[in-house]
Write a protein that binds this ligand. Structure first.
Ligand code: DPP
Ligand code: ZN
Length: 879
């Protein structure tokens, strides 16, 4: 496999003004006939280059230019390229290809899922449908004719407007769709199947009525309400917050069982993984409801940030993904609890993204090179990309940011552009210089801020010294300093102090002068605050104002003050996590010395206070009571001793449960409620706190707690409480757990998404012997290795979220993963390379684990038929 470089970008030699596709869908094979109106690109360097089209795994049936059939000598094929020399300046190319969608297990291009035809073309799947200029800067107007058996495939969909339907002979029917908006091939979609539909309407701000349709399997008709509501909320929000209106009369969503990603934003025909669209209280957890809301909004928002303005090339992927994640997270924050959403986003960033940024696949949000673009749909491109847009929002403020986004959409509507175009629009609209800020696009790695503070009582000043650095990443040893917005406040005995910098060169101030955003731009900088009458505790990186690791040598007392009284929810939560971290480190030391784990009494008191605090959002209380996750600890403690960390953390949790058992019980009872289920912020918060309390109580391993969990399991009418209880039971010594698992399966065996949760609960069980359970479940009739959701629920959850079992000391977990990757490499390379990620982090662990992990990676690398997807990840991780 070869490497593709951003620096090699050149404009396409040809443009495609229109694309007409005809699909004849059949049981054995399908025929695709494409007619492309091609012409030479006047901006191309060469005006006599051959036409080179992308195509892979295609059977070419015929090829003609302007009605004349080409003979074999007029074209040649090599790798994914089909070349035709000596073509005119403008012409019509007609190409027929034969496909076998039913044998397509990669789930890219045209394939079948549960009897329906569907497509996935991003990033480079269209080339599995026909020969084409499969690059996002080639935008074309599509007309699509679909011909299929009427009884098997009554619903035939593509992008844009339905312009014709016709019944043909022999039970065949046809529909024709036309999309007036030029688009790249990656946004093409087709669906044919037997689908039921839920319909609604949305009236846009300028009075256009849009038909909204969600197509699902008949049995799922009762699980569409939440997605529909989320869609309407998202459409309204994008009008209100960004001034973006929907642009067609129809918006379709189709739910598909077998899908590599969460969902796909194809123009007016979004295709969704069932897991990201279906929801109802009996089958879906609160987190599931929130995911549906977030993903529906995300894909809808792409209509502007992605479709109307798209990417010039795949190195610019974060242009649409980072911006759209930022948009959807602001949306979710407005729909629910902003602080909780922020904490969740930061948690994902600080575990998965920081790990990626410190590992062998580290890349800037705009990468310089790749082997396989599918490997770059990463937490870096998405979540760090979103943080970079958020920092622009912080630096500009909401009004100028909106001016910038208006300018970006106006200036580039209908174009395929770059991250640079986005930054330029923000600069032009605001007049704010983002020159140094641009390093965030080109440099990988997580910057580190070392901050120290000194109080000068005599001068009544408080001085913050901020030093920044960034570790080397593959291919980048030296980093230029970043422009980092550092939001700060100073907390005194009675609350936040008024801030007055002696050097006015800063910065953005809050209206009441008690919060500042410092522009950190130098390797080392000093900020002096005047008129400070008491020694304050600094509240730093408020709202997580930049995706960095921050060190400040807080005392326990200072952290307790922040945890009790900081007005910034993120910092308040983070203080609780830092205190938890200190306790876990003490527990590790204690266990290593053969001593008992006993948490600091101040810390226990703070937790007790939290449990009694009914004025604080219950979701915040729950989050603050949860100790830093093992995944986060693995980012902080080096080398990572998975078992040592796990046992220390569990021992500390158990000690807290013992010390606060009455408080946890009381909290549990207080949170019980019999009101009708709603996935709203208040109820979600209460369930979250209730289940956090139950999880602690279960550590007592007493009959009373087990009875509580059993009762909750049996009496819950919603999946959140039921699944939480099942999870705690499965991880306990309760004899009832086998029965609970069996009954759960029997009750839900006809709901694949619920069965996925059943697989996942078992795969994530922390008790010994889980690998054997997982291996056994792989031959369960409900498991299907061709279905990505099942693979993620069982194999992905075990390897990625069950550290103590995956890192079994005999290496069996690693061997299991390598076996599965080698198997999936042949059928679904995208999923195989995704799954491999936990092994690639081998350098973090103890030497004994490193060796075992490495030898499994080597075994994978030795496979002679590695896909480019797996090859890139495994080879880079061994470099
Ligand atoms: N479907 C993926 C997403 O929306 C890729 N565009 O992020
Ligand atoms: Zn996206």
């Amino acid at each position: 496999p070869s490497t593709i470089f951003l620096s090699d970008y050149s404009v396409p030699d040809f443009l495609i003004d229109s694309t007409t596709l005809r699909f004849e869908l059949g049981e054995a094979s399908s025929l695709v006939c494409s007619v492309l109106a091609l012409r030479r690109n006047p901006d191309a360097a060469s005006q006599d280059a051959p036409l080179q089209l992308h195509g892979t795994e295609l059977e070419l049936v015929s090829l003609s230019i302007d009605g004349r059939q080409l003979d074999d000598s007029e074209w040649s094929q090599s790798g994914e390229q089909l070349s035709i020399a000596n073509v005119p300046a403008s012409f019509s190319l007609c190409c027929e290809t034969r496909l076998r969608p039913q044998d397509n297990t990669s789930l890219e291009g045209l394939y079948k899922s549960s009897g329906m035809f569907c497509t996935q073309c991003e990033a480079e799947g269209f080339r599995k449908i026909t020969y084409y200029l499969d690059r996002p800067d080639v935008m074309s107007v599509f007309t699509v004719e679909i011909i299929a058996d009427q009884s098997r495939y009554p619903v035939l969909l593509s992008n844009g407007n339905l312009i014709e339907t016709e019944s043909l002979a022999d039970g065949i029917h046809k529909t024709v769709w036309h999309d007036p908006f030029p688009k790249p091939a990656y946004l093409f979609a087709l669906v044919a199947g037997k689908l039921a539909v839920v319909e609604d309407q949305f009236l846009t701000t300028s009075g256009r009525s849009v038909d909204l349709k969600i197509y699902v399997d008949e049995k799922d008709l009762d699980k569409c309400d939440h997605a529909m509501l989320s869609l309407k909320n998202a459409m309204r929000w994008d009008e209100d917050v960004y001034g973006r209106e929907y642009d067609l009369d129809i918006f379709n969503i189709v739910a598909v069982d077998d899908f590599n990603m969460g969902a796909m934003e194809n123009k007016s025909l979004n295709i969704f993984n069932t897991s990201c669209v279906l929801a109802k209280q009996e089958t879906t957890t609160d987190a599931g409801f929130q995911r549906v809301e977030g993903v529906v909004a995300h894909e809808y928002f792409h209509n502007w940030s992605g479709n109307r303005v798209t990417c010039r090339d795949w190195f610019q992927l974060s242009l649409k993904e980072g911006f759209t994640v930022f948009r959807d997270s602001e949306f979710s924050s407005d729909m629910g609890s902003p602080t909780v959403k922020r904490v969740e986003d930061v948690t994902l960033l600080r575990t998965a993204q920081f790990a990626e940024d410190a590992g062998p696949m580290a890349h800037p949000i705009r990468p310089d090179s790749f082997i396989e673009i599918s490997n770059f749909y990463t937490v870096t491109i998405y979540e760090k990309g979103s943080e970079v847009v958020r920092m622009i929002h912080t630096l500009l403020g909401p009004e100028l940011f909106r001016k910038g986004s208006d300018l970006y959409f106006d200036r580039h509507d209908g174009q395929a552009v770059t991250c640079e175009d986005f930054v330029l629009a923000m600069e032009d609209a605001s007049g704010i210089d983002l020159k140094q800020f641009r390093h965030w696009y080109s440099q990988a790695g997580t910057p580190r801020l070392h901050v120290s503070g000194t109080y000068d009582e005599q001068a009544q000043t408080y001085t913050l010294v901020v030093k920044q650095s960034c570790p080397s990443t593959p291919g980048q040893t030296e980093k230029a300093p970043f422009h980092i917005p550092l939001a700060v406040a100073l907390i005194g005995e009675a609350g936040q102090l008024a801030l007055q910098l002696t050097d006015a060169a800063a910065n953005i101030e809050s209206p009441d002068n008690t919060e500042l955003v410092l522009n950190v731009t130098e390797p080392e900088q000093r900020f002096v605050f005047a008129n400070i009458k008491e020694e304050p505790v600094p509240s730093l990186l408020r709202g997580f104002s930049a995706p960095v690791k921050l060190d400040f040598d807080y005392s326990g007392a200072q952290l307790l003050r922040l945890m009790r009284s900081d007005s910034d929810g993120f910092c308040r939560w983070d203080a609780s996590q830092q205190l938890g971290l200190v306790e876990i480190k003490r527990a590790i030391t204690a266990l290593a010395a053969g001593q008992q784990v006993s948490p600091d009494s101040e810390y226990v008191s703070a937790c007790r206070e939290l449990l009694a605090n009914t004025s604080l959002d219950a979701a915040m209380v729950a989050l603050m009571l949860q100790l830093p996750s093992e995944a986060y600890l693995a980012e902080i403690i080096h080398p990572v001793d998975v078992h040592g960390i796990h046992h220390a953390r569990e021992a500390l949790r158990k000690a807290l449960a013992t010390a606060l058992s009455d408080e946890f019980s009381a909290c549990y009872s207080r949170c019980e409620s019999d009101e009708a289920y709603a996935p709203d912020a208040a109820q979600i918060a209460r369930r979250s706190l209730k289940n956090t309390a139950l999880s602690y109580l279960m550590l007592l391993d007493d009959a009373q707690s087990i009875a509580l969990a059993v009762r909750q399991y049996e009496s819950s009418s919603n999946m959140t409480d039921r699944l939480a209880a099942l999870t705690y039971l499965v991880n306990s010594t309760a004899a009832y757990k086998a029965e609970a698992l069996l009954r759960f399966y029997q009750q839900w065996q006809h709901e694949p998404l619920v069965i996925n949760q059943w697989f996942q609960v078992q795969a994530m069980c922390r008790l010994p012997g889980t690998l054997e359970v997982v291996q056994g479940l792989m031959s369960h009739p409900a498991f299907d290795i061709r279905n990505p959701n099942k693979v993620r629920a069982l194999i992905g959850a075990f390897c990625g979220q069950n550290g103590v079992n995956f890192h079994r000391e005999d290496g069996a977990g690693y061997r299991f993963l390598a076996d599965q990757v080698l198997l999936l490499n042949r059928s679904n390379p995208q999923i195989a390379s995704r799954l491999l990620v936990p092994l690639t982090k081998w350098r973090k662990y103890l030497p004994s684990a490193q060796q075992l992990m490495c030898s499994e990676l080597q075994r994978v690398l030795a496979d002679p038929e590695l896909s480019s997807d797996v090859y890139e990840v495994v080879s880079k991780s061994l470099q």
